[in-house]
Write a protein that binds this ligand. Structure first.
Ligand code: IVH
Length: 680
């Protein structure tokens, strides 16, 4: 790039960054995701490094934040509140560590402290003789806003320090944040009162903190974690000495004095521990009660910190490791409508591919038409995409400021995009009325039917179902049992061997437990547990078709809604025909009431686990009996376990079985199954 071009680019980036920084810090209304800000910021840093002569004294890279609002009185910080340099991956983090060692002329790994990087608002709390004197925001790093009244409403902020070994003047720094739970509640209330929702917990915390009326702040559930000591002074020989010589000790002090210190702060003494910390915290991130946007690593020893010193806006002894952004901006190019198993139509946004949360995303769910309305999104809009953890990416909001001139409204089609049947709207859900004549609904129904928790047909994957429906080899569910090897070998990626395996798997699925079969039928709101309840109440599948509403409601955990869904299913002639077709093709669900009489079927090829002390047999004796009855005996519980035989003092296996909804039986029930009922 020529110096002229670089100059123009520096001016352009500085201008954009200043605008966004004003929106973020002063107005509490960020217009772009942090990741985008960071990206532009890094571009400017790189250009300024390449052309140092072009750097402006007022460049956004030289300062921290933006000037405070006039409506709060201002407080000058005794020690400037600086920012942190960022690293974005393990290699850059390793470089940071290497730089520390070389600056300190050490061969060793410089001991660090790792901390979650809390996504809130930095605050400075000043205590005189143990009493909270004032609280200030960071502002531009030199001068902040006086938010004392508001901060006093936060429960984790001690108004009087505990103990008596604190310095006479003490500044504690930390982050004020709103928990994910408090944020949700706040937005839920805002929506109920038709008020504007907050974009994210940090934004909500900032908005709540910068209220001129502290009663409003008090009504919002804010919290604080303390992460450092800022300024210290004593009127005696101790001067500005604090009782600590390391960051860890300092945190222990402030904890003793009554502050909340984050639980995941950890000492890190070698490169291996550093890697482990990064990977553990990255995994824990979505499960935490509050949002973190990265980790902070600080040199532990204060002596080493002071040797390392500062650069213009950040200490050399600390860095922020930023997690991959969970939000990114892209263009919404198109909206397609997907049809689910029950015909529900889901609008799906097709996006210009964008890297977010560690992967490239090109689709995001829009849930339903109400959501589209709520977001106010149109085709062609610039949108913020969010992808947190393993959650399906979603459209978070529209960037109205960047709306192009030609956007178009998103309209619900009148007919199903797959089968052209009319679409009906019931409450918020639009549905295709084509039922199993709609290839999309048929595909999803068959995928569910053969799935692991249902008929468990090995090797019958989604891609195969799609091919078979597209080629009209499957035109209804019962066609599964009409598939012949010659049909299968014609399919893509299907050799003789796989075709043999698949036909065997289909054949083997013909004697399922009744509950699996009922679950496989895909009756609305009948999950595995309800299916088990229904199966336990009947002894042939036809009884299900005879059950009245009263009989259904009399069953445990079945209420009027599920009962009406079951009745809707059983009253439909096409469903009766389906079950007739399946049974005539040899499908024979196994009912537990019949299993006792027919012991072989009860246990053949079933996987059982034995635990605890049984009343009459040792575990080994029970194992032999099970093996003779055709069961497989395993030492550990997994999703594949069919029964757990549990005696007294059954421990973790029982807990695990219950959590996986695996039937637990006692010795007597096990003996019934192998037809050796106990006399005593
Ligand atoms: S230490 C000079 N520790 O991150 C070092 N900061 O980009 C000062 N932050 O403004 C910061 N969690 O608001 C530190 N455990 C933590 C933090 C943390 C969040 C924020 C802080 C600061 C920003 C730096």
């Amino acid at each position: 790039m020529s110096p002229q071009k670089a100059q123009a680019e520096i001016v352009r980036l500085s201008k954009i960054l200043k605008q966004h920084s004003h929106a973020y810090y002063t107005l509490d209304a960020p217009t772009i995701p942090d990741s985008e800000y960071d990206r532009l910021f890094q571009q400017l840093v790189a250009l300024e490094q390449q052309y140092p002569a072009l750097q402006d004294a007022n460049s956004p890279t030289r300062r921290v934040g933006a000037p405070p609002l006039d409506s709060f009185s201002q407080i000058k910080h005794k020690v400037p509140m600086l920012s942190l340099d960022n690293v974005f991956n393990q290699a850059q983090l390793d470089e940071f560590c290497n730089r520390l060692s070389s600056r300190l002329e050490s061969e060793r790994f410089i001991p660090l402290v790792g901390e979650p990087k809390l996504d809130g608002i930095a605050v400075s709390l000043f205590y005189v003789n143990g009493k909270l004197d004032y609280a200030a925001t960071r502002g531009d790093g030199t001068t902040g806003e006086d938010i004392t009244l508001n901060v006093k409403t936060i429960h984790d902020v001690p108004l009087q320090l505990l103990g008596d070994d604190w310095p006479e003047s003490l500044e504690v720094r930390g982050e004020i944040y709103m928990s994910k739970q408090a944020f949700q509640t706040l937005n839920y209330k805002a929506e109920a009162q038709s008020q504007k929702r907050f974009v994210n917990p940090r934004n909500a915390a900032a908005g709540s903190l910068r209220q001129l009326d502290s009663a409003v702040t008090a009504s919002r559930r804010l919290s604080m974690f303390a992460y450092a000591i800022g300024y210290v002074a004593n009127n005696d020989e101790r001067g500005d000495q604090i009782v600590a010589s390391t960051h860890c000790e300092a945190l222990a002090c402030i904890k003793r004095w009554g502050f909340s210190v984050n639980n995941y702060v950890q000492k890190i003494s070698d490169a291996h521990a550093l890697k482990t910390y990064v990977s553990q915290l990255s995994q824990m991130r979505t499960g935490l009660a509050y949002e973190i946007d990265g980790l902070v690593f600080k040199v532990d020893a204060f002596s080493e910190q002071s040797q390392l010193g500062f650069v213009s806006r950040a200490p050399r002894w600390a860095t922020a490791y930023k997690f991959p952004a969970e939000e990114a901006i892209t263009c919404l190019n198109e909206v397609d409508f997907q049809v689910g198993r029950t015909g529900a139509i889901t609008p799906v946004a097709r996006l210009a591919p964008v890297f977010v949360g560690g992967v490239t995303v090109s689709n995001a769910t829009l849930h339903n038409m109400d959501e589209i309305e709520r977001l106010g999104v149109r085709i062609g809009d610039r949108v913020v995409i969010q992808r947190a953890g393993d959650v399906i990416p979603k459209v978070q909001r529209v960037i109205l400021e960047e709306r192009p001139e030609s956007t178009t409204k998103i309209l619900l089609p009148e007919i199903c995009p797959i089968c052209a049947s009319p679409i009906e709207q019931d409450e918020t859900i639009a549905r295709c009325t084509g039922r199993l004549l709609c290839p999309a609904q048929l595909k999803e129904t068959i995928k569910h039917f053969v799935s692991r928790k249902a008929m468990d047909v090995d090797g019958f994957g989604d891609k195969l179902v799609e091919q078979l429906v597209d080629k009209e080899l499957l035109t209804c569910v019962s066609d599964i049992y009409r598939l012949k090897k010659p049909d299968l070998v014609l399919l893509e990626r299907m050799g003789e061997k796989s075709a043999d395996k698949l036909t065997a798997a289909i054949e083997n699925s013909k004697r399922p437990l009744a509950e699996r079969f009922i679950y496989a039928l895909g009756i609305r709101e009948v999950g595995e547990t309800t299916a088990r309840t229904l199966a336990g109440a009947i002894d042939t599948i036809w009884h299900l078709f005879d059950m009245t509403e009263e009989a259904l409601i009399a069953l445990e955990d079945i209420g009027p809604i599920v009962a009406s869904n079951v009745l809707e299913f059983t009253n439909s002639p096409s469903n009766r025909q389906l079950v007739e077709a399946l049974t005539s093709l040899g499908l024979a669900p196994q009912f537990s009431k019949n299993l006792v009489a027919n012991q072989n079927l009860a246990l053949t090829n079933k996987t059982v686990v034995i635990t605890g002390t049984l009343p009459h047999f040792s575990r080994e004796e029970m194992k032999q009996k099970m093996l003779q009855a055709g069961a497989k005996v395993s030492g550990s519980i997994s999703k594949k376990t069919d029964y757990l035989i549990a005696g007294e003092n059954a421990g973790s296996k029982l807990v695990k079985a219950e959590s996986l909804d695996i039937p637990v039986i006692d010795e007597a029930a096990a003996m019934m199954m192998i037809n050796e009922p106990q006399s005593s």
